[in-house]
Write a protein that binds this ligand. Sequence first.
Ligand SMILES: NC(=O)C1=CN([C@@H]2O[C@H](COP(=O)(O)OP(=O)(O)OC[C@H]3O[C@@H](n4cnc5c(N)ncnc54)[C@H](OP(=O)(O)O)[C@@H]3O)[C@@H](O)[C@H]2O)C=CC1
Ligand SMILES: CC(C)CCC[C@@H](C)[C@H]1CC=C2C3=C(CC[C@@]21C)[C@@]1(C)CC[C@H](O)C(C)(C)[C@@H]1CC3
Length: 582
Amino acid sequence: MPTARFQIGDTVMGRWPGSNLYYEVKVLSYDNKTRLYTVIYKDGTELELKESDITSLTVFKQGVTRSRSRSRSRSPGRPRRSRSRSPARTPRRSSSRTTDVHKEKLKEALEVRLTPVEKTETESENQAGGRYNLRRRKDQGDGKTVELEQKTETETLLRTKPPTASAIKTTDLEFGGRVGVFFLMFLLPVAVLALLILCGQKDASLQSFPLELPALESLWDCQVFGIVLLWLLFQAVLSLLPVGKLVEGMPLKNGKTLKYRINGFYALLLTAVAVGVAMYQEVDLSYIHAHFLQFYTSALLIVTLLSIYLFIRSRWASEDELAPGGNSGYIIYDFFMGRELNPRIKNLDIKFFCEMRPGLMGWVLINFVMLQAEMKHQNLENPSPAMLLVNIFQLLWVVDGFWHEEKLLTMMDIVYDGFGFMLTFGDLAFVPFTFTCQAYYLVSHPNELSAFWIITLIIMNGVGYYIFRKANSQKFAFRKNPSDPAVSHLKTIPTATGESLIVSGLWGWVRHPNYLGDIIMGLAWSLPCGFNHLIPYFYLIYLITLLVHRNARDEHQCRKKYGSAWDEYCKAVPFRIFPGIY
Ligand SMILES: NC(=O)C1=CN([C@@H]2O[C@H](COP(=O)(O)OP(=O)(O)OC[C@H]3O[C@@H](n4cnc5c(N)ncnc54)[C@H](OP(=O)(O)O)[C@@H]3O)[C@@H](O)[C@H]2O)C=CC1
Ligand SMILES: CC(C)CCC[C@@H](C)[C@H]1CC=C2C3=C(CC[C@@]21C)[C@@]1(C)CC[C@H](O)C(C)(C)[C@@H]1CC3
């Protein structure tokens, strides 16, 4: 029969889930069966905690004194900064320390468990999914923002040893599990190859496939392979240049943070200069168009080799360096999803590098190559308006991405997903070769655009970009500091975690306005290609599929994280991505 170490009414220090922060809590009850303590924080938040997440006040104070003297001797005078927040603290972040976004994913990664408790009647009515025992204060349920009082005296950060993380077994398999990912691993590369063949054919209709299948040996060229390797090397060198700021990423399972060099925008400028110099030296860029399929197969080979390398090296990764989603124990599944979260070679963070650099820069470069190829093939003095629009619209998106590169550090791809075949393929093959599909198509499928269409497409892209940028920036600014004058006017729903959900403006219109903006832009990128074929709409179809899936994944996490507050938000804002569509 287990006995409780702490008694009802005891004041102890309780760890806040997903962090190394301890707060003063009162023990309300102890469940002998589950061996969990129900504790109440000063702001009224009730949680069930394991005994290992509770420390007596005396032990805690000794720990703090020890850890303080340790840290002082290491870095004298350096202010102690907290990595996570209490449930009762107003979210506040520095731009380089966006530690709270996606805390949920970290929460999962840490061992701390929020276990379900019985629902009250009203909660049962409100809730579709399972609930976690993170109870909201009664006075928070009125839909108004509640400024929660700060817990200064108890907010002492206990920098004890990092929590001993045990490997989390992935049990929830995505993409149809082992069988699903096995087929995807072959299907995706073949589908992209088919798309490229179709795009380059005169008759690009789906029925014509497979008319002009190329000979296998024509898909390989050693020189092309060398160029792709050089490109990767060039981008890797640029990413390591000591220009741009060094920022810390989100806290890892072991409590540490990694540093990232944010210099994508400079790298883009330097790449543009390098391309300019190459053109001045009369390097024939149309070579890329002429060998496009070979470039793709070279990229595919690099993807395969890199994924194998990543999988093998993950064998030596410590348990707390593994991604929660890629550790099922099934080789094929883990190879596809990626086992290691942040594989690094010295200062080069392979995932962060691959996610944007070679692919997005390659996309812009290939678009430019296609623009020149169009002029050459169609004997034009100037590029067609359709080609110009596609180039300018997509360049704007890529420049925007690099301008806001730092925000990538808070996205689920970096914080949560492992780096395996899926992302490697997505970043190094899928992005540069399918996102360029419209420009590639226009080289051999000219499409006249009237002034009316040109203006309509410019407006459409502008509207899409405005929604995309405003929604993303608003959310980011709000998460950083909700009192920021730019976002303080927005109505919010408070949640038990202390973070609020925006419920007015764009975020009160649909639950993912940033996705909507992205999709409107995707449409504006495809329409310049006309209506003769479906192929140029591939990006749009991909984007809608990806974002609908991403939306479902994100909402699942948000429901787990915010519980009834998320349901309240869904009631207030019933449409997911598209206005009028639930
Ligand atoms: N073109 C492409 O291939 C792709 C483009 N993208 C684009 O990247 C951008 C970022 O997308 P992504 O990272 O998926 O996710 P989001 O930027 O949409 O972030 C979702 C998170 O935002 C927070 N949130 C949700 N609702 C609210 C609200 N009402 N108020 C405040 N915070 C809220 C939650 O995190 P929390 O509460 O924890 O802060 C939630 O987990 C999008 O514009 C998307 O279109 C993404 C993937 C692919
Ligand atoms: C079917 C495929 C294998 C799926 C691959 C998906 C990936 C190509 C995309 C998943 C999320 C992405 C994002 C960007 C690029 C495409 C991938 C990697 C992004 C970095 C592009 C630049 C943007 O500004 C962004 C918002 C930072 C994007 C984030 C997500």
